[in-house]
Design a protein around this ligand. Structure first.
Ligand SMILES: [Mg+2]
Length: 384
């Protein structure tokens, strides 16, 4: 029997690299990496095109290693403004379908399409429209809850639209390794394997209480992620108590430049959404997720509110050292702003302020890190 409701999980394929290929036809169908800095031999891979992935290149890897695997690799320094702009345009487009929509991360969006009779056809229409509008690929997963739909989106990349429902649930879970499930990091994976839980089906067959015994609250999360018929919790702009973004890295990393680059990008994305909703925030909250499912977080409230991406980033960097050592490797990070208030700047003035802020930002980077770091709107503003 079909479940009564569906969540559609949209996951852009090789997002940053695809955007660069869409903008510059010379890069189409070529192995390409997007680097966190503009020195192509001294940076970290932020994103790899599918053509580059075929050589074993992945994000988090040093660009030197990437060039060893593929000497003809194309290189583009990351440009966060393009990625945030595209992400927000995609969000606007998916919202026009009229369903409750969740901005899950910069390249992931979830729609609660409830009991739509044929979610697969709807997903095909959405996929086609996004592809034709932005000229970039995307995979869509469909299932009864957020975790299963996210899992589905990974099963047939790129450009797939897998659906997990009651008809293929068992078969799909059986052939999917448990580590593919969102929230299962390397350490959890080791414990699961010791318990004889190798596939998602092994996990599915364990009772809630059994998982709780070994993983506490996270055990319940694991159980619900496969069994739950979850409701999307949507925060609309008018009732939002917080605005946040998060990202799960393909591989765990300890590289400080890479981590800071991601905080910069998340801060810009959060700042941009605050400004769109004419809000400013007093509190900043960051978290890092380690190899285990546990997250470590810290927050700080400031008297002076902000909606400026660079300010948010600097505030994040100030509190980050307090949690940085809590986990040897970082796999996920998030940044949320709360204690929101209406921004009292008139929009026109705010626009001018943004222009000035951008210039100031570039000046600050120049002064702080030296001119060889400068690249307008580069994703990372840090030395490794
Ligand atoms: Mg993606």
């Amino acid at each position: 029997m079909l479940p009564e409701k569906f969540i559609i999980h949209i996951d852009m394929d090789a997002f940053f690299a695809s955007i660069e290929q869409a903008i510059n036809p010379r890069l189409k169908n070529k192995p390409l990496i997007v680097g966190s800095r503009n020195n192509k031999l001294r940076t970290v891979v932020c994103a790899a095109s599918y053509e580059a992935k075929h050589y074993g290149i992945h994000s988090g890897m040093s660009s030197q290693d990437a060039f060893k695997l593929c000497p003809n690799l194309e290189f583009v320094p990351a440009d966060q403004s393009k990625y945030i702009w595209t992400s927000e345009e995609i969000l606007k487009l998916v919202k026009t379908y009229g369903y409750e929509t969740l901005y899950a991360s910069i390249d992931e969006f979830q729609l609660d399409v409830k009991n739509t009779p044929n979610p697969k056809i709807l997903a095909e229409i959405i996929q086609k429209q996004i592809r034709e509008t932005f000229h970039i690929g995307l995979s869509i997963g469909i299932s009864k809850n957020r975790i299963l739909s996210k899992l589905a989106s990974k099963l047939d990349k790129p450009n797939g639209i897998p659906l997990i429902d009651e008809n293929n649930l068992i078969e799909t879970l059986q052939k999917t390794p448990v580590e593919k499930l969102c929230g299962v990091g390397p350490k959890t994976q080791i414990i699961l394997h010791k318990l004889g839980i190798n596939s998602c089906l092994d996990l599915y067959q364990k009772p809630d209480k059994f998982l709780e015994q070994f993983f506490g609250k996270n055990g319940n999360y694991l159980y619900v992620s496969l069994h739950g018929d979850e409701n999307l919790e949507i925060e609309t702009a008018s009732q939002a108590k917080s605005i946040g973004h998060s990202y799960t890295l393909n591989k765990a990393t300890r590289n400080p430049g890479f981590i800071k680059a991601w905080f910069r990008l998340l801060a810009e994305a959060v700042g941009s959404r605050l400004r769109q909703n004419n809000l400013v925030a007093h509190t900043i909250h960051i978290y890092i997720g380690g190899e285990q499912m546990a997250n470590f977080s810290i927050q700080k409230t400031y008297k002076e509110a902000t909606c400026d991406g660079y300010d948010i980033y600097l505030r994040a960097l100030k509190i980050y050292p307090e949690i940085a050592q809590k986990t040897p490797q970082i796999r996920a990070l998030g940044l949320t702003c709360s204690s929101l208030a209406q921004n009292n700047y008139p929009p026109l003035f705010e626009k001018q302020k943004r222009g000035e802020a951008l210039t100031k930002t570039l000046d600050k980077i120049n002064a702080k890190f030296g001119s060889n770091t400068i690249y307008p709107a580069v994703i990372t503003l840090t030395k490794e």
